[in-house]
Design a protein around this ligand. Sequence first.
Ligand SMILES: *Cc1c(COP(=O)(O)O)cnc(C)c1O
Length: 373
Amino acid sequence: MLSDLTVNASAPARRTISDKYRATYPEDVDTLQATLARSLSGTSDVVTEYEQALSGWFGARHAVALSSGGAALSVALHAVGVEPGDNVLLTPSCPLCTVYPIIAAGAVPVFVDTRAHGFGADPDSVRASMTPRTRALIDIPMWGYPTEVDALQAITRELGIKLILDLAHSHGTTLHGQPLSHFGDVSCFSTHERKLLATGEGGFLLTDDDVLAKRSRDYSRFGNLNGKDFGLNYKLAALPAALGKNRLRSLAAQIDKRRENARYLLERIHHPQVREKTIVAGGVPNYYFLNLELRFADNAAFIDYLDDLGVPSDIKRYGCKALYEFPALERYRTACPNAQALLAGMTTIPVHPGITVDELDYIAACINRYEAI
Ligand SMILES: *Cc1c(COP(=O)(O)O)cnc(C)c1O
């Protein structure tokens, strides 16, 4: 009894840490007001201005604004020539959002394993999974940690397939000083409200290839209704585009603050079974979420412990597991032991700019106090 009281006296009071960043953008209202006087469709100049701002920010030759990150993947698959019956390689450690567009295209998702230390596709697994029907590889850097996209660019070129990057988590993540999008044939982004650049719903793709850019734009506009080229409507409307253009101006500062918060927290975590996930050489994460590698006998118990103390984990929120373990995807099962071990051996911690120093201290205290039973 007495010892219980002693422990409680030194335990920090419970808090609820939000994993959702609700930034305030004071100029949003004026921006929307001014946009209402202009054309509001997806072919509005407002959208063109947003696309120019995106290609400037990311240093890409072309940006195509689209209605969602999922739409960006569907458009990218079409642009690189994926047809019904083709195979598309991807790692199974990503969200369901990445695989459904492959199935919707009539193509077959083929799961390749990750490397042992991170979520990038393993080159040997890529080679071993190649068939004459393989058209593309989608690599998905999770939670904003860079993957070896430079090596994947070289391998996909050698194998004659296209490299699509799903960078929905990775705005501002760099490898060797370049944004990750620099290495993909097509790079897809989401601007869903939970992502770093938020327009409610929305997405875009980037490419340096003129032909892929034209195919993407045409497809997302019903083939320009010319009756020759097939397409669907995946255009982004002008109001979210105006929001995106306005909010893009604070993206770099937001990422700086995330990096600062992650550094602050990591300096205060002193638990022998917890450390940051390995960052690939030459890479800098954007810290969409801080990733911690866990070495407990029961990692799920640690995640539950933090969750009970108000520190949420994406692993728990989304029930993250290899995609072929979900009922809808069982028929695509392959052996991906690295991906399974990575997901089972980690958790995510929010470090967005809405988290205060007190909250970071609280998170560190919760982690450091944990004793596995
Ligand atoms: C959010 C997300 C998507 C889907 O983006 P939407 O804009 O919600 O369609 C795709 N891939 C990944 C990795 C995501 O996190």
